[in-house]
Design a protein around this ligand. Sequence first.
Ligand SMILES: Nc1ncnc2c1ncn2[C@@H]1O[C@H](COP(=O)(O)OP(=O)(O)OP(=O)(O)O)[C@@H](O)[C@H]1O
Ligand SMILES: [Mg+2]
Length: 295
Amino acid sequence: MPVIETEGLTKYYGKSRGIESLDLAVNGGEIFGFLGPNGAGKTTTIRTLLGLINPTSGRATVFGLDIVSDSVAIRGRTGYIPGDTNFYPKMTGAETLAYFAAFRPKTPPVMRDDLVRRFDLDLSKRCKDYSRGNRQKLAIVLALMHDPDLLVLDEPTLGLDPIMQKEFYDLLNDFRHRGKTVLLSSHILSDVDKTCERVGIIKAGRLVAVENVSELESKKVHHISAMFSDSFEVREFSLPGVTVIRHNEHSLELKAKGEIDPVIKALAAHKIVDLDFEHASLEEVFLEFYGEAGE
Ligand SMILES: Nc1ncnc2c1ncn2[C@@H]1O[C@H](COP(=O)(O)OP(=O)(O)OP(=O)(O)O)[C@@H](O)[C@H]1O
Ligand SMILES: [Mg+2]
């Protein structure tokens, strides 16, 4: 049975669209990526699932419990990282953890010390003095310290440096291996593709696709800029999925869709002075693949 299941879930803020007719199923023991550009409806979905806002229509269950009538029970088994963390500015990190732990007397914060160590978080500082990244670490410890059955994470790595991001994704993997479930929202594809097996793509309030990450890999778009010390012929880059955007005698800018290996081999036939290699934004992947479906 899915841990999260929604049926025609819809939320309007007055006349303004939040999400529309969302049918989503997240299975127990999976890390499900929830991807979409700004304003797509990720936060709205998450807040509705946790009973923080009420749906306009449709229904959903978490652990088989109704999100409207059983939201307290759902939140008791769920760790939540909100997109915008707000702590009491004068409390220290330690006080903040103790304050929130007091709301859950039945589930002790068994993972607290381990998490604090893993993220190298100084608990003696006041919240107002934490940097953006350190506030995010505090939010992570808060969400995970009770070792909940489900994690609902709204852009959880915002502000974390690359080492801490890796630590965080390792942690999610451990969590999953212990049979727990994760809903992970992000607007960055490369954030979720290493961690999730499946992703749901939301655009303008609607779920436009649910894909296995391996399928999405083949839809990846890369931007490559190269500078050569020798000259080259543009036709060397007439490869499947490759569009040359700009070129002159020594430089080349191109967009490559799908398989990247032939492009790298073509580049490597020359002496490279400089190379920029970027994943296209999710928005570009959307435009390439879901442009019509999402309009
Ligand atoms: N409190 C609100 N009142 C009115 N409209 C809102 C409110 N919250 C969200 N919306 C609207 O609902 C839509 C979905 O917003 P939501 O915050 O869920 O998107 P998101 O996918 O989380 O975006 P982001 O990536 O920017 O966090 C947007 O059009 C937004 O303007
Ligand atoms: Mg959001």
